[in-house]
Ligand binder design. Structure first.
Ligand SMILES: Cc1cc2nc3c(=O)[nH]c(=O)nc-3n(C[C@H](O)[C@H](O)[C@H](O)COP(=O)(O)O)c2cc1C
Ligand SMILES: Nc1ncnc2c1ncn2[C@@H]1O[C@H](COP(=O)(O)OP(=O)(O)O)[C@@H](O)[C@H]1O
Length: 317
């Protein structure tokens, strides 16, 4: 997949494309349905392209904290888009200056440089400077340069529209049954295994400490059931292990900074420096401040047993 970073107009290109425009944070079920709709419009010889923005406009312009972190920071977003058949991404660096782009400039001067056979956006899509820059205006301006626009209806679950903002809030609350349903896959954080205080192995629970590779919306403190995929040399498709994940501040050992660490069930080996994908399945309990390390170990053993029962693993290791 080709990723083209731009600050305003894209470089002129004659390759015929169907273009989806949006932030696509999370590449959730709603986004997936927009991409599927675009895929259906695609004729032989045409490819699927996405035009997206980074950072989120509401962070860039209003410093609204709810929009700083992402369900899928760029790298993970592009990995998910590629899986869904997208072969080209235009990533617009969203700045205060870019926000001044009028709808007319965006369509007549930017989009016109590409060979767009159709545009697909979700219902409620907004673009360009000014309040009336909605899907109707996009449809009208695009019609002037001969591009049909399809508005994909917003997908709902239980009467509620699927939204990246809600998903981010649910990640903070550790509600992974809900998050994973809305994403259509398990929420995950990618990164490298880094060294910690080397206490885990003394407690009988070595934990691979994660340095995330992007600005992820991170789970609230707690102990989670999940899995860890260890990357092979160049990609993320590697061995997968169930895991107990501790996210938070480790009050028992006076931890300072927020950390995600994973104890891989039935694994032994050296993971330092490897890339891993930590996926969250469900919350098991809150992180607690135990009076002693012995009490922490006792609880971790209970956690392990509970996890094995939940996962249907036999209890011999
Ligand atoms: C299953 C599991 C549950 C944990 N629960 C807690 C907890 O409730 N409170 C806490 O302070 N730390 C908890 N921890 C974190 C440990 O304190 C931490 O793994 C240990 O201090 C080792 O740190 P290290 O990786 O820096 O060596 C938990 C870790 C695991 C693997
Ligand atoms: N089952 C396991 N789960 C996680 N890490 C393991 C496991 N077995 C061995 N390891 C190794 O042990 C390291 C963690 O040991 P630990 O004593 O917690 O040290 P640190 O504080 O540096 O993370 C991991 O980074 C990994 O290399």
């Amino acid at each position: 997949m080709e990723i083209i970073q731009i600050q305003d107009a894209p470089p002129a290109n004659n390759e015929p494309i169907i273009l989806c425009i949006g932030k696509f944070d999370g590449v959730h079920l709603g986004h997936q349905s927009i991409l599927r709709q675009a895929g259906r419009l695609k004729e032989t010889g045409q490819s699927l392209a996405v035009m997206t923005f980074h950072p989120h406009p509401l962070w860039a312009l209003k410093r609204d904290e709810r929009y700083r972190q992402c369900v899928t920071p760029s790298r993970e977003k592009y990995r998910q888009l590629e899986r869904l058949g997208v072969s080209k991404v235009y990533e617009i660096e969203f700045t205060e200056k870019y926000a001044e782009t009028t709808p007319e400039t965006f369509v007549y001067q930017h989009l016109s440089l590409l060979n767009i056979k159709g545009i697909v956006v979700g219902e409620g899509f907004n673009f360009g400077k000014g309040r009336k820059s909605d899907t109707d205006l996009l449809t009208d301006l695009s019609a002037d340069i001969g591009i049909p626009v399809t508005i994909a209806p917003l997908m709902t679950i239980g009467g509620q529209k699927i939204s990246s903002t809600d998903i981010r809030a649910s990640i903070r609350e550790g509600q992974f049954e809900k998050v994973n349903t809305l994403l259509g896959r398990n929420y995950s954080v990618n990164g490298k295994v880094v060294e910690g205080d080397a206490l885990g192995r003394k407690l009988g629970f070595p934990t691979a400490n994660l340095a995330p590779d992007g600005d992820y919306e991170l789970p609230g403190s707690g102990v989670y059931l999940g899995s860890v995929e260890i990357a092979t040399e160049n990609d993320m498709a590697g061995e997968c292990w169930y895991a107990l994940i501790n996210a938070g501040y480790r009050p028992t050992v006076n931890g300072k900074d927020y950390l995600i660490e994973a104890y891989l069930l039935d694994f032994s080996g050296d993971l330092y420096g490897k890339s891993m994908k930590v996926s969250f399945i469900q919350k098991m309990r809150e992180e607690e401040n135990f009076a002693s390390l012995d009490e922490l170990i006792k609880q971790m053993n209970k956690d392990k047993e509970e996890a094995r029962v939940k996962l249907g693993l036999n209890n011999h290791s």
